[in-house]
Ligand binder design. Structure first.
Ligand code: 13P
Length: 249
């Protein structure tokens, strides 16, 4: 069976005190679902968050990393640095990284390689813009994003890859994809994976949906057969809301 995963992407929110407070509140929540729970605080709080969640079932993950091992890349963070503080999972390819920091399919392919070489798990994000959907191009766009960044990998690498479909028009807008739109795209993604790597890979990779997932719509979205969880932005900043989503499975 595929893993259910609910990951909170905190983005550029929460200083140290707020991180401590939110983690304390998260640890008080009761988990009634089988979903794996992850949170992605900002870099400066990863070590502290990792230490504070050690005795819990919450995994702390990074929001990004560089592809190089080390060197003259001012302001960047390497896979080795993340691993040195216990971080095993990294989000790559978020649309905000693509839009504001010029991340491309090519640079993302390099980052994915680095993560896999370092035996890290990747939550790989992609998704179409509103204009793509209006033009009926959403499947072609998503297929290209996946092919360009991932299809050089061997089948084995997919043991360490989680996909996150995040339509850009649904991120932070309050406008979520309908459960049917999410299901249709997730089924298409699975078919695309199976076409390249066979049904074993297609059927085993968890595909998360992200974009305005809230306590009041999570259950319906997660009820779809090809939706294996969610990547949650705004609603992950409130412990009760986040756990209402975790427990929507
Ligand atoms: P929202 O849940 O705020 O729409 O953000 C989704 C997202 O970008 C998660 O990575």
């Amino acid at each position: 069976m595929r893993k259910h995963i609910v990951a909170g992407n905190w983005k550029m929110n929460n200083g140290l005190i707020q991180t401590e407070t939110l983690i304390a509140e998260l640890k008080k929540q009761e988990k009634t679902s089988d979903a794996e729970v992850m949170i992605a605080p900002t870099f400066t709080n990863l070590w502290h968050a990792f230490q504070s969640t050690k005795q819990s079932s919450i995994e702390v993950v990074a929001q990004n990393m560089h592809f190089a091992k080390n060197g003259a890349y001012t302001g960047e963070i390497s896979a080795g640095m993340l691993k040195s503080i216990g971080i095993q999972t990294v989000i790559l390819g978020h649309s905000e990284r693509r839009a504001y920091f010029n991340e491309t399919d090519e640079s993302l392919a390099q980052k994915v390689d680095t993560a896999i070489e370092n035996d890290m798990r990747v939550i790989f994000c992609f998704g179409e813009e509103l204009s793509d959907r209006k033009a009926g191009n959403e499947e072609a766009v998503v297929e290209n994003q996946i092919k360009n960044a991932l299809f050089h990998l061997g089948a084995d690498a997919f043991k360490n890859i989680v996909l996150a479909y995040e339509p850009v028009w649904a991120i932070g807008t309050g406008e979520t994809a309908t459960p049917e739109q999410a299901q249709d795209m997730h089924a298409f993604i699975r078919k695309t994976l199976a076409g390249k790597y066979g049904n074993d890979v297609g059927d085993s990779v968890s595909i998360l949906y992200g974009g305005s997932v809230k306590p009041n719509n999570a259950k319906e979205i997660f009820s779809k057969p090809d939706v294996d969880g969610g990547l949650i932005g705004g609603a992950s900043l409130k412990a009760e809301d986040f756990f209402a989503i975790v427990n929507a499975f």
